[in-house]
Write a protein of this length. Structure first.
Lengths: 658, 611
């Protein structure tokens, strides 16, 4: 922000003079007003929390009375003092202004200067109206509250924006924004809040000195806040404006703008040092998840790096020994560990999405690395790198001087561009894997089953992404083996009743991994022994992988059956495609099993046919299913036609052999 | 629809309370809710619509009108659920409805008056009566927990330090799914005990209520009962079945709407969060996506009850209504919600031999204690043998008396043994004292030794007694069926209950048949395509026409509702537009009359449109 501490040291004198001016009129009376005001504030903020249930707003009503008294006294001052008021009074009689606060130039045009006596009086009256308005809104008298707030607007309408009243300008619009949003009039709210935004920006550009806080109007001189305090309160009000705007945009469905304003809110919290580190970090990490789903990895990475650095400010989690001794310490340990683990999980998703996106980019139509495309993208890379540099300069960045460097250095550890070869992909993978380790330390199997498994699934997906870039098939196969090793035991240990859905996911994934490994082994074997037939060892390996894959697909299918083992007649929509695909794959796997025995071959082919038939028949009886499995259905139908021929040939062969 | 046989939908019953005095005095035309008990239908009249408008009709599994008794509702709708809990299923009963429609009356009722006791006390009664009447080879363990969810925090209502206690955490285990860590669970042996548990929790809830405004209408209360039953199976091993019963008193439905359980999220979402502490919620709503991780989770209630809504449980939902015309909108909302709930499918299964059954632990503990006791007995027997041969024979007799009295035997044995031992020691002491020839020193030493032996003896005795007490305490927690069949009336009562159940069953099936008939009426009309005469065809067609016409009217009315709404909003918009135009004209007038043209031009030139 443009505002610097140094700019603000010029104005204070002017202010004090005028304050004494006002007070000198009748200093005792003035003091009484100040006291009343302090009292009212106290009633609103402190006392009201202890109000009994049957008299919910007791303190607030008391505060309201006090504010009314202040208002009357101010009015009487005014009557005794000003003559130019006559004109102003009549202007209040004008037709009610429309509530929409659309005029952008609002407040910077004509009118009293904020520091003229008339302007100051208007500001004071406006402030009391503002407090009355908030009071009414708090006590659920919305229309009365609105009236007071609009009165405040009217008072301010007579003034120009200066450091004396800018704070009130913003506060009253914030309140009106909230009020209208509560009535579902989001656009109206948007108008008020956007005006507040533009007033702030213009004020900071043109003046920028620490503005008078509204409470100062009624504070005796010795208690006036410092410049820092003033700035802090003013900036906080604007932070709220940003925050409310974020919500307004969200309600209007403008997610991108909403995200920008959330980002700004976070940035301001950091800059003004008004945040709790862990909470802030978690919010930043969550925001990163918005960016990564939109493919904006640079912003996502920035949010995550900032989250990690800021979460470090919360200090080390107390050790287990310390935690055992006191409850607060153990709470703290729990909180810190959990939130850091959550941030780690956000990082995992970042790495995963980067890998998967680039896989999508480089994939050819059979899911292998497309080298032409790879070359092309590498050539385009230089341009992208320049763009990144530019983007970094224009983006909203987090951080103060002391955190900026550590955030930047953390960002350098992982790239935000799509990796194009194995080395780059491995870099991303390793970062992801490291966060997997961190997240698993907290989200252990015992106590956090679902979370733990989600992390494992992500880990497996990271391997899958990396395997895509690996050219050595032997090593690629090993990566898939790692995936099997982490998922298989869990899949078998889980309670089938409580974790049905998770187990289904795991079964399907395991089946696919085994299938993948089987294909790899076959390619390898074919490569090595070009012309010769496969050796025994390979066949054995191939068959075991093949049947493992079929086994898991079958397990998945069995999990859909009723407790009595009956196959459901009708597949629910969310399992329709997986179930039919599983059937199809089982059929295919059975037909691929290698066996020297003719009878076994026949068996396998029959099983295969049976499953193909199921797919075809199911789609016949449930025509709506056909759309979900178009290619599979086509192939199945073909196979249903062809397989019987093959079976017959086999039977004939068996007959002749016998 | 073709469904799995194993799945069943959530059972929804609707209950309407009578008009209260206040409503009677100012409501002009009585209630807006009509109920057809036979068909299980609720007919809702819109008090603001003209009488010619078709009324809205909803069909449920059962409906209970203002004159219905607590007992009816229990027997017909709840009893089967509790029976299945006793058979090892998971069961859930929800009460749902606007505040002041009798949720608490339905769930709790008036405890003192047997006629007015609600679902919960009746369920207690049911469970313990069932246990006392079951066969004696069944062992039961009943546990109860009570918790509330307030502002997304789970609080234990049975914790004596409820007010200051920390919020509990939800955890998951690979074997048993979601559970609440450190939740107090009280073993209950009788109706009285479980009622005490309930009262204790209610008090804790009441205390919370005075601390915070509107607490009770915002908090959900869950009373959880676990019934474990062990019975020797045909294979001779003991099989354990665990039934869980959740009794849920949801927060008032007007709050529900606002917490997003319903589709009415929009209204609430438009409200702006004032405090920056809710920034997290705002951001996480942005980052809603499948490929991302959002660190804020499902609501606690949803997680705790995930089994009850679309999982492994049988569920009954009691929706409560108020008949007053003042609450038309809320009543309609409740009915619509209840109507949707009918479509939720559950897959209940018996929980057989789960790994976490406490009963098994108890049984093992008891077996262990018994083994220890036996061991001690054996040891003391050996010692006794050394001292006195006579006791041995008696022992044998006693042993044959069977396990039931074992502990008594042990006690008796121990006492006897101690007595003998003491006598022996005394005698020896005397002997030593009497021995004039011994040195005084030596004598002292020997005496001391004897004293020590006596002490040891006593310690051992105490240990045995403790063990016995522990054993008894453990065993007393287990309830064994068949103990209480002393009174002859039991049998008759059982018969009575069965009859009552039959009646309930029959009225239920009657209603079902009626409902089916209605459905089939429609179908048969279509099927009856072969007409014998033209006359019949005309008749049938007219009937069909009438039916369709009624349906048409219904739909028309719906359309009209929607149209009206649009018209209204259009009018409002027009009005606003008129006002704005007027305003604009007024402004122009002012500009024309008060601002000199050259000034105006200047202003116009300097204006820029800033969208």
């Amino acid at each position: 922000m443009a505002y610097k501490d140094a700019d603000c040291r010029k104005t204070p004198k002017k202010k004090k003079k005028k304050k004494t001016n006002m007070a000198s009129l009748s200093s005792d009376e003035w003091r009484a007003i100040c006291d009343k005001f302090t009292n009212a504030q106290n009633l609103t903020d402190v006392e009201s929390r202890n109000d009994p249930e049957n008299d919910l707003f007791r303190s607030k009503y008391k505060a309201r009375e006090l504010l009314r008294e202040i208002y009357c006294s101010l009015k009487s001052f005014e009557a005794g003092e000003g003559d130019e008021d006559g004109g102003a009074e009549s202007s209040e009689q004008r037709a009610a202004e429309p509530p929409v606060d659309g005029q952008r130039e609002d407040g910077f045009g004509e009118g009293f200067s904020g520091d003229s006596p008339a302007g100051l009086r208007a500001a004071k009256l406006g402030a009391v109206e503002y407090y009355l308005g908030v009071n009414h809104v708090d006590t659920e008298e919305l229309s009365a509250g609105q009236e007071h707030l609009m009165n405040c607007m009217k008072q301010l309408g007579r003034c120009r924006v200066t450091s004396e009243n800018v704070s009130l300008f913003i506060h009253v619009r914030n309140q009106l924004g909230i009020l209208w949003a509560g009535r579902d009039e989001t656009e109206t709210a948007q108008g008020f809040l956007e005006t507040a935004e533009s007033i702030y920006q213009r004020y900071m550009k043109e003046d920028g000195s620490p503005p008078t806080d509204m409470t100062e109007y009624f504070t005796s001189e010795e208690k006036l806040p410092t410049h820092q305090e003033r700035t802090k309160r003013f900036e906080l009000a604007y932070t709220h404006t940003m925050y409310y705007l974020a919500q307004v945009y969200q309600n209007l469905g403008e997610t991108e703008r909403a995200a920008t304003y959330c980002h700004t809110t976070l940035q301001r919290q950091l800059q003004l040092n008004q945040f709790s580190p862990m909470e802030w970090a978690l919010n930043a990490a969550t925001l990163s998840q918005y960016y990564i789903t939109k493919g904006r990895y640079m912003e996502g990475r920035h949010c995550l790096s900032a989250a990690t650095v800021i979460s470090g400010l919360a200090g080390e989690a107390p050790s287990e020994a310390v935690a055992q001794e006191s409850e607060t310490e153990s709470d703290r340990r729990e909180q810190l560990r959990q939130k850091r683990a959550e941030i780690a999980r956000c990082w995992i998703k970042y790495c995963l999405n980067v890998l998967q996106d680039s896989k999508k980019l480089l994939e050819d139509n059979i899911g292998e690395l497309d080298t032409d495309r790879q070359e092309e993208l590498k050539r385009a890379r230089r341009q992208e790198e320049e763009d990144e540099e530019k983007g970094r300069k224009s983006a909203l960045l987090f951080g103060s001087e002391d955190t900026f460097d550590s955030i930047a250095s953390l960002e350098e550890k992982v790239c935000c561009l799509s990796p194009l070869d194995f080395t780059e992909a491995r870099g991303v993978f390793l970062v992801g894997q490291n966060y997997v380790k961190q997240a698993k330390e907290y989200f252990q199997m015992d106590g956090y089953v679902t979370d733990h498994i989600e992390i494992l699934q992500d880990h497996s997906a990271l391997f899958r992404g990396l395997a895509f870039f690996e050219e050595d098939l032997e090593r690629r196969c090993k990566m898939h083996k790692r995936r099997v090793d982490m998922l298989e035991p869990i899949c078998n240990d889980l309670n089938a009743q409580y974790y049905l859905l998770i187990r289904r996911q795991l079964m399907f994934e395991l089946a696919e991994i085994y299938n993948e490994m089987m294909d790899l082994k076959l390619t390898l074997a074919n490569r090595q022994a070009d012309t010769q037939s496969l050796d025994n060892h390979t066949i054995k390996k191939f068959n075991s992988l093949c049947s493992a894959s079929a086994k898991y697909f079958q397990m998945f299918l069995d999990s859909l059956c009723s407790p009595e083992g009956k196959v459901p007649e009708h597949l629910e929509e969310e399992v329709l495609r997986p179930a039919l695909v599983a059937r199809f794959r089982v059929a295919r796997l059975h037909s691929r099993l290698i066996s020297p025995l003719l009878s076994a071959q026949l068996d396998n082919l029959n099983k295969s046919l049976e499953n193909y038939k199921y797919v075809a028949e199911y789609c016949e009886t449930h025509p709506e299913a056909a759309a979900a499995v178009e290619t599979e259905l086509e192939l199945s139908k073909e196979m249903v036609g062809l397989l019987p021929l093959k079976i017959n040939r086999l039977k004939a062969k068996m007959a002749t052999n016998n | 629809m073709s469904k799995n046989k194993s799945s069943e939908s959530v059972k929804v019953v609707v209950r309407c309370r009578p008009l209260n005095r206040k409503e009677e005095s100012n409501g002009p035309a009585g209630g807006i809710v009509q109920m057809d008990l036979r068909l299980g239908q609720v007919i809702l009249r819109n008090p603001r619509a003209p009488a010619s408008d078709p009324q809205k009709t909803f069909t449920f599994d059962a409906v209970y009108d203002a004159s219905s008794k607590q007992r009816d509702l229990y027997d017909e709708s709840v009893r089967p659920l509790i029976d299945s809990v006793l058979a090892g299923f998971n069961g859930t009963i929800f009460a749902y409805g606007q505040t002041g429609t009798g949720k608490t009356y339905t769930m709790q009722g008036a405890w003192m008056d047997p006629e007015k006791r609600g679902v919960i006390p009746n369920a207690f009664d049911h469970i313990f009566t069932h246990i006392s009447r079951s066969q004696s080879d069944k062992q039961y363990l009943v546990r109860a927990s009570y918790l509330e969810i307030y502002l997304e925090e789970v609080r234990d209502l049975l914790d004596p330090k409820h007010g200051s206690a920390r919020a509990l955490e939800l955890r998951e285990s690979p074997e048993s799914g979601v559970y609440v860590r450190d939740l107090t669970s009280c073993v209950c042996k009788s109706i009285k005990e479980i009622e005490e548990v309930m009262n204790m929790g209610n008090q804790a809830r009441a205390v919370g209520a005075t601390d915070m405004n509107e607490h009770s209408s915002r908090s959900h209360a869950l009373f959880l009962i676990t019934v474990e039953c062990s019975q020797p199976g045909p294979d001779g091993r003991k099989h354990i079945r665990v039934g869980r019963l959740n009794l849920v008193d949801l927060a008032g439905s007007e709050r529900q709407a606002k917490t997003g359980v319903q589709g009415e999220r929009l209204k609430e979402a438009a409200k702006i969060n004032l405090s920056l502490s809710a920034l997290g919620n705002v951001i996480s709503a942005l980052a809603d996506g499948r490929s991302s991780h959002v660190p804020y989770r499902d609501s606690k209630l949803t997680r705790l009850l995930q089994d009850s809504l679309g999982g492994n449980a049988k569920t009954v939902m009691v929706a409560t209504l108020g008949p007053s015309s003042l609450h038309y909108d809320e009543t309609l909302t409740t009915l619509r919600y209840a109507n949707r709930a009918k479509n939720i499918q559950n897959q209940p299964r018996v929980n057989e031999d789960p790994k976490d059954a406490l009963l098994r632990e108890f049984q093992m503990e008891i077996a262990r204690l018994r083994a220890q006791l036996n061991h001690r007995k054996w040891r003391s027997k050996q010692k006794k043998e050394q001292v006195d041969g006579e006791a041995w024979e008696r022992d044998e007799d006693e042993e044959s008396e069977g396990e039931e009295e074992e502990e008594e035997v042990v006690e008796k044995d121990a006492e006897e043994y101690v007595k003998l031992e003491e006598q022996r020691l005394e005698m020896e002491k005397e002997a030593i004292k009497g021995d004039q020839f011994m040195l005084a020193e030596e004598k002292q030493r020997l005496l001391g030794e004897k004293e020590r032996m006596m002490g040891d003896l006593r310690k051992e005795q105490e240990a045995t007694a403790q063990l016995t007490a522990k054993y008894k305490a453990m065993e007393s927690k287990l309830l064994v069926g068949g103990k209480n069949i002393i009174d002859h009336t039991n049998e008759q009562q059982k018969m009575l209950e069965m009859k009552r159940q039959e009646i309930a069953e029959q009225s239920r099936s009657e209603r079902e048949i009626q409902q089916q008939m209605l459905v089939q009426d429609d179908e048969t009309l279509e099927l009856r395509e072969t007409f014998t005469s033209l006359q019949q065809e005309v008749e049938a067609k007219t009937k069909k026409l009438k039916k369709l016409y009624a349906k048409l009217q219904c739909i028309k009315a719906e359309i009209k509702d929607v149209n009206d709404e649009h018209v209204r909003s259009r009018q409002e918009l027009e009005q606003t537009q008129n006002e704005l135009t007027r305003e604009l004209k007024f402004k122009y007038l002012i500009i024309e009359n008060f601002i000199p043209p050259e000034e105006k031009n200047k202003i116009m030139n300097r204006l820029t449109f800033d969208p």
